[in-house]
Ligand binder design. Structure first.
Ligand code: SF4
Length: 75
């Protein structure tokens, strides 16, 4: 099982990554909008639930329910 990205990882902090998208720092990241989460982000390579790979975090997995400021809606 791949390691999960910790919210305390320096890169996660830099990107404002949260395991729970609703906990995103809306003051710091006003681009966040309800409904955005890793599971519907272009950079996510995983299932709708649980954890999956993200192109920005090689070798670790992010939560489908998570979010970071590099979010890009899946086309
Ligand atoms: Fe989640 Fe997308 Fe950020 Fe990766 S880039 S952590 S999939 S929101």
């Amino acid at each position: 099982e791949a390691a999960k990205v910790a919210e305390t990882d320096p890169q996660a902090i830099g990107l404002g990554y949260k395991e729970d998208a609703t906990k995103a720092d809306k003051a710091k990241f006003p681009k966040y909008a309800a409904g955005q989460h890793c599971g519907n982000c272009q950079l996510y390579q995983g299932g709708a639930t649980g954890y999956g790979n993200c192109a920005l975090f090689p070798g670790k997995q992010v939560a489908a329910a998570g979010w970071c400021s590099a979010y890009a809606k899946k086309a």
